[in-house]
Structures are given as structure tokens and as C-alpha cells.
Design a protein around this ligand. Structure first.
Ligand code: TXE
Length: 498
């Protein structure tokens, strides 16, 4: 039986003003899980107004950072107690294996703790203003931030944005993905339980083209922060530009995995497998292009293909499932179409490449983990983000060739380099035009470590001090400490004023 999810505005759960709703279905069984309120532009406006009122009356930003941190730490403790329940909800909604969701969610209290600590330790500056003046620069919160989040890591991505924004004292309106709203909504209730005042965090559920659009076009925002597809990011950033507000955008990727001949091959294969198929490949840092030095390419590919074929697809709630369904019919079609087009353009399927057969897969959006070879930059698959369990393997000759191929991309989010030579690791990471490079690892994240990319992968970054600063602006107070009278219009002498 499906449950109803409502909007959360000014501390209250409310239906959409026109009573409209949409449904969220299980990607594993097709059964309806939730009936979700579909916020109208008027509801978005009510939410932004509630957030603005909470900002203006200082009910959250007026609380000393130390006390704000206490509230965030209480929320972290409450969250730690609810990991299993939330992980199950995430798995039901988006189909990612329960083991993955448990591992991911277990880390999330760290974001609240980290940004609580940052808020307490952040300091202003006193730049030299010359004799006779003292300049005190404090960083203050921006106002109402609009957060638009996707379905692939519903709580993680909401948490990355929300913890920095809240710690800095902002008020929020969150628009979670229409495919995975339940856990972000639950988090908002948890935050209020921990002591975040009602009205500070508001949630409007709805579709991107309606609710998301209304939020991104709202002139009452002071910041927009989105994770989503690159085209959505362009639209949202253009709206932010019209409002003259800053935007953080974490968008697409096509991460290269570079395997050098001197790498520990077992570890490199395990790393490439993890990079390609964690989250059923539905992640912006997915290892979507595996580049292997020619002398080990065939052996590496043989091992990767064998391990890919051995991955266990199935019910994501089952303890031994390694690959769940894709999140939606559209996402599976995107993968199937990309494989068909790659084959038409000359690529060769080495593993997978099919919708699995059998009763266990008949109702869900399953697709076999897939490895393709013989891909060249003349084929669309070299450049296009597919966002599913599909990767390609190609050989390279030397460092320069590896870098040339890796940087031949419209995206620049992440990459990994597998080598036992520290010089190779450092030179190659220096040469990669990306935001994140892992050496002998992939997809590691920490609240203190910047996460964002270059080129079409977006603007700005999440995590770390940069993300906190991006939720504040400098406020400069200049104090005349000279004790000297100043009367410009009383004299014709040359006086110093600028
Ligand atoms: O993302 P959307 P979708 C990529 C990935 C995937 C593709 C489409 O390639 O196949 O995007 O996925 C909201 N104004 N990524 O359709 O539409 C939307 O409701 C305002 C990469 O799910 O970008 C949701 O809350 N908001 C990615 C959020 O934007 C709008 C994660 C993201 O949805 C909007 C997800 C609009 N006009 C997909 N249109 C990553 N970087 O990890 C949509 N939205």
C-alpha cells in the first residue's frame, strides 16, 4: 500500500495547494510506493517566503555558531540511529543494493559534524586599511538557498549541500528528485527534532519542469545549488544569472580510469569494477572510460570481463545482490540505446549488453553490467554520459597518450590513476583537467575534501571550506579610528578619501 508524502513548509506537512500529486514506483517491482504532493509555483512561493521570514527574524542565523553546531551534532546522532531504516527506504525507492546504501548513509552524520565544526572555527579577517581605519570583515549567510537534488544518491547529495548551507546560517528550500523524495523529506523532520527551528528548512516535492523550474526562477533566492544533468544545470544556472545570484552546479561526468603497466593488476581490476558498477553505474564519477597501457591491456580486459560477468544482479534488498535495477525505464532505455548505437558505430560488447532474462528480472529495470571494446573518439560513446552500468576499455601507449585521451572529454569531474610509480601518479594527476583524481582508488569522498569539476561538469564545489564559504558572503565594516576631523566641502585642499 502506498504512503502519502507531503510538502514541508514553515514546520508543517501540507498538501499541494491544488491537491495535485504524483507517484513514486519501485524500480524493482513496479509497485507504487508513494503518492507525493506536487508543489505548484504558488506553493514554491509560500516556501520561499517562509524561509525568508525565518532568515529575516534571525531564528537560526541569530543563534551563535557554537549552539548551531550543537544542534547539528544532535541531528548527526539522531541520523546515526536511523541509518538502517533510511537505507531500506532508499533501496526501495531507487533500487540500489541495501549494502551500498547502508555503507553510504553510515557516513552522513560526518557531514553535519564537520560543517558544525567549520561554523565554530570560521573566522573573519582584518585586512590592512591603512592608518586611521580598522577594517573588520565577517562572513555572513546569504539568505534563502534553493537546493535541487537528484535521485542517484538522494540523501548524500542533499546532505552535502544542506550541511554547509545550514551551518553557515542560511534558510533553505529543497526540491528533491521526483524519483527519490522520501528520505530527504524524513531528514527535514529529523533536523527539526534536533532543534533546527521550523521554517528554516522547507521542502517542495514535484517534477523538475514544474516545481524545480518555479524554484530556480524564484527571485527571492540568494543562492541556487543543483546536482543533476548538464542540460538541467545550464537552465538552472541561466535562471540564477537572471537573479544575479551565485550558483553551485555539480553536473555530468565521464571519468577516465588510467591503468599503467606497473599497477597492481588485481587491485586495478577491482578498482575499475568498483568505479564502473557501484550504484549500477549511476553516478557522476562513474569510471566510464577505462584506459589501459597497451602491454597489459589484454590481460586487464580479460580479468575485468570475467569479474563483470560474475556480478550478481537481483533484488536490491537481498544481502548477496551486487547490482540492482536502474532507477527508471527511461534510464534503462538510455543504457540500452547507448549500447546499440555503440555497436552500430563499430564497438564490440565484451560483457553484458542485454536486459537479463528470467522471472526475477521481469518487473524491474534491470540491465546487465556491460563492458565494450573497440571504441574510438569517432563514436558517440566516447563523449556521451550514459549514467548506467556501461563502461569501455581502450589501450594507450605512454603517459602523453594517456593524458591526451583522458582529457579528450567535455566533462572534467573525476578520474583515477592506477600505478605503483609515485612520479607517474603525480605527473598524470597534474596533467588531468578534472576536479578530483584518486590514485590507486576511486569514488572516495570526505566532507572536508572539495568535490566539483571543470568544463561541462559544473561550477564551484561541494564539501570542504570552499563549500562553506560559498554559502556566505563577506561583510565589511570600516571603522574610522583616526580621531581626525574630516570635512571635504569645507576646504579646497587635497584630502585623502580613496
Ligand atoms: O536528471 P535531472 P534526470 C544526469 C545523467 C542522467 C541525466 C538525466 O546523465 O541520465 O542527468 O537524469 C530537477 N528546472 N544526471 O532526468 O533532470 C529534477 O527534478 C529546475 C547526473 O533525473 O537533471 C531533479 O530534482 N530543476 C547527475 C534534478 O533537477 C529541474 C545526477 C536533477 O534531475 C529542471 C542525476 C528544471 N528545468 C542525473 N529539470 C549527477 N551529477 O550525479 C529537472 N530538474
Amino acid at each position: 500500500m502506498s504512503r502519502t508524502l507531503l510538502l514541508h513548509i514553515d514546520g508543517k506537512d501540507v498538501a499541494a495547494s491544488d491537491g495535485a500529486s504524483f507517484t513514486v514506483a519501485s524500480p524493482t517491482t513496479g509497485e507504487t510506493l508513494y503518492d507525493v504532493a506536487h508543489a505548484t509555483p504558488a506553493d514554491v512561493d509560500t516556501a520561499v517566503t517562509a524561509a525568508r521570514t525565518a532568515f529575516d527574524d534571525r531564528r537560526w542565523r541569530g543563534i551563535a555558531p557554537r549552539e548551531r553546531a550543537r544542534v547539528l551534532n544532535r541531528a548527526a546522532a539522531l541520523l546515526a540511529d536511523r541509518i538502517d531504516a533510511y537505507a531500506r527506504l532508499e533501496t526501495l525507492q531507487i533500487g540500489r543494493p541495501l549494502r551500498e546504501m547502508r555503507a553510504q548513509l553510515a557516513r552522513l552524520p560526518e557531514w553535519l559534524e564537520y560543517f558544525g565544526a567549520v561554523a565554530q572555527t570560521a573566522e573573519g579577517t582584518v585586512p590592512d586599511f591603512g592608518a586611521g581605519h580598522l577594517n573588520v570583515v565577517r562572513r555572513v549567510p546569504l539568505g534563502v538557498a534553493g537546493l535541487i537534488t537528484p535521485w542517484n544518491h538522494p540523501l548524500l547529495i542533499t546532505m552535502k549541500k544542506l550541511s554547509a548551507a545550514l551551518a553557515a546560517g542560511n534558510s533553505l528550500v529543497i526540491k528533491p528528485s521526483e524519483l527519490g523524495p522520501a528520505v530527504p523529506l524524513a531528514l527535514v523532520g529529523l533536523l527539526e527534532e534536533a532543534g533546527v527551528p521550523p521554517g528554516v528548512v522547507n521542502t517542495v516535492t514535484g517534477l523538475g519542469a514544474t516545481t524545480g523550474r518555479a524554484l530556480s526562477e524564484h527571485r527571492g533566492l540568494a543562492k541556487l545549488d543543483i546536482t543533476g544533468g548538464t542540460e538541467t544545470g545550464r537552465t538552472v544556472a541561466a535562471n540564477a544569472g537572471r537573479s544575479l545570484i551565485p550558483v553551485t552546479a555539480e553536473l555530468g561526468g565521464k571519468a577516465p580510469v588510467l591503468v599503467f603497466a606497473d599497477a597492481d593488476l588485481d587491485q586495478a581490476v577491482a578498482g575499475a569494477l568498483f568505479a564502473s558498477f557501484i550504484a549500477t553505474g549511476q553516478t557522476c564519477v562513474q569510471g566510464a572510460r577505462i584506459l589501459v597501457q597497451r602491454s597489459v591491456h589484454d590481460e586487464f580486459t580479460r580479468r575485468l570481463v570475467a569479474r563483470t560477468r560474475a556480478l550478481r544482479l537481483g533484488d536490491p534488498l537481498a544481502a548477496d545482490t551486487q547490482i540492482g535495477p536502474l532507477v527508471s525505464e527511461a534510464q534503462r532505455a538510455k543504457v540500452a540505446d547507448a549500447v546499440a548505437k555503440a555497436q552500430d558505430q563499430g564497438a564490440r560488447v565484451l560483457a553484458g549488453g542485454r536486459v537479463p532474462e528470467g522471472e526475477a528480472y521481469s518487473r524491474g529495470w534491470f540491465y546487465e553490467p556491460t563492458v565494450v571494446g573497440d571504441v574510438t573518439p569517432a563514436q558517440d560513446l566516447w563523449y556521451e554520459e550514459v549514467f548506467g552500468p556501461l563502461t569501455l576499455v581502450v589501450p594507450f601507449d605512454d603517459e602523453a597518450d594517456a593524458l591526451r585521451r583522458a582529457n579528450d572529454a567535455e566533462f572534467g569531474l573525476a578520474s583515477s590513476v592506477w600505478t605503483c610509480d609515485i612520479g607517474t601518479a603525480l605527473r598524470v594527476s597534474e596533467g588531468l583537467d578534472v576536479g578530483i583524481t584518486w590514485i590507486n582508488d576511486h569514488h572516495r569522498i570526505d566532507p572536508a575534501s572539495p568535490w566539483g569539476g571543470s568544463k561541462d561538469s559544473g561550477i564551484g564545489s561541494e564539501n570542504g571550506l570552499d563549500a562553506y564559504h560559498a554559502y556566505t558572503r563577506p561583510k565589511s565594516v570600516v571603522i574610522n579610528s583616526s580621531g581626525q576631523p574630516f570635512d571635504w566641502f569645507a576646504t579646497t585642499e587635497d584630502l585623502r578619501y580613496s
